[in-house]
Design a binder for this molecule. Structure first.
Ligand SMILES: *Cc1c(COP(=O)(O)O)cnc(C)c1O
Length: 366
């Protein structure tokens, strides 16, 4: 038996027929840039997230840096952010011209350690950009309290958390702005790159709309220096179809996670399983476990046709691209330790019970 670490084939087979009409419609309309489906998807996705506005952009990374700029963050500013995440989170800050200030990881949820945020605040701090990592929402209320106290903006990186709930509220609706990625492997993925900024602020929305489209007012009238970062009409049309399935797919992921957890507990092996806080509805973008002898386990799993992934092997503060910031090993011990132990198992809605059983058995028998 072989279990794919990830596959989109089964999902495509499921929705192939639904996609044909919408794709054909875009192809025949010729409106490939900011066509009708973009505006419609922005409205539908904003409604899904319980926010007023959605602004479609080219990728999650673009959503991050454009959201920073739209929130007035730029050169000379510092933004507090977790070191334990995908590199694009802090790139959003850096591309906007600001400096990321890293904070260690909370032990159970893998999200930013909120108890360490205040110590990282300086006169230059403008915002907290946090991540709902693996699909588990960060504990937003205390973050928002700190932000109010120090007059900071809060930006959510929701690239792994489409549909996750914090105290029954959708992520993407909890801060000043939020950023989604529709990279194909995300819980809601396009057939290429795509992203979205969501916000309840009219000002952030207006700035983001200008920034993503050359700072244009009319056709050839440009009132600020902008970028070219628009969600393709074709991707928007595809995402509109997929959005209708998102809750059902997330539920299947949750069911798969429950089965993994139950089976792992039965093995009584020494493994740290994902945690779901009382305030959270986890949507399991990843089912990430921690294990002490990871290298050995992964080698043995490869022989059994299983290739877990590592999200992520290097914490951002130790990445070469950030060496100018002067962080060193030992600065964020939790994140550094987790990078040595973490391992993502196959996780997608279409996984079968047999496949999950096979994965648990393979891991528990190495
Ligand atoms: C995927 C991802 C991004 C970047 O999204 P792209 O669409 O690939 O640019 C940002 N942050 C996190 C946490 C991600 O997982």
């Amino acid at each position: 038996m072989k279990v794919d670490i990830f596959t989109l084939k089964k999902q495509y087979d499921e929705i192939k027929d639904e996609l044909k009409g919408p794709i054909e419609k875009v192809m025949t309309s010729g409106a490939f840039i900011l066509g009708e489906d973009v505006g419609l998807f922005e409205k539908e996705f904003a409604a899904y997230c319980d926010v007023k506005y959605g602004i479609g952009v080219n990728s999650g990374t673009d959503a991050l840096f454009l959201a920073c700029l739209a929130c007035g963050i730029g050169k000379g500013d510092e933004v507090i952010t977790p070191t334990y995440t995908y590199i694009a989170t802090s790139f959003g800050i850096s591309i906007a011209g600001a400096t990321p200030v890293f904070v260690d990881t909370e032990e159970k949820t893998y999200n930013i350690d909120i108890s360490k945020i205040e110590k990282a605040i300086t006169k230059k701090t403008k915002a907290i950009l946090l991540v709902h990592l693996y699909g588990h929402p960060a504990d937003m209320d205390p973050v928002i309290e700190i932000a109010r106290k120090y007059k900071l903006k809060v930006i959510e990186d929701c690239a792994q958390a489409h549909g996750a709930l914090y105290k029954n509220k959708k992520v993407g609706s909890l801060g000043d702005a939020a950023c989604f990625s529709f990279y194909p492997t995300k819980n809601l993925g396009a057939f290429g790159d795509g992203g979205m900024i969501t916000t309840n602020s009219e000002e952030v929305k207006d700035r983001a709309l200008l920034l993503r489209d050359y700072g244009r007012k009319g056709r050839y009238e440009n009132i600020i220096k902008g970028y070219n970062s628009r969600l393709d009409t074709l991707q928007a049309a595809i995402l509109r179809v997929k959005l209708k399935h998102l809750d059902e797919w997330n539920e299947k992921r949750r069911k798969n996670a429950t089965l993994y957890t139950k089976l792992f507990k039965e093995t009584k092996m020494d493994i740290t399983l994902p945690y779901e806080a009382d305030y959270a509805k986890h949507i399991y973008h990843q089912y990430a476990v921690r294990i002490k002898n990871r290298k050995e386990v992964m080698e043995k799993l490869a022989d059994k046709g299983l290739c877990p992934l590592i999200h992520y092997p290097i914490p951002v503060h130790l990445q070469e691209c950030y060496k100018e910031l002067g962080y060193k090993r030992g600065d964020f011990p939790v994140a550094e330790k987790y990078c040595e132990e973490i391992m993502s198992l196959p996780m997608y809605p279409e996984l079968t019970t047999e496949e999950i059983k096979y994965v648990v058995e393979a891991i528990s028998s190495v």
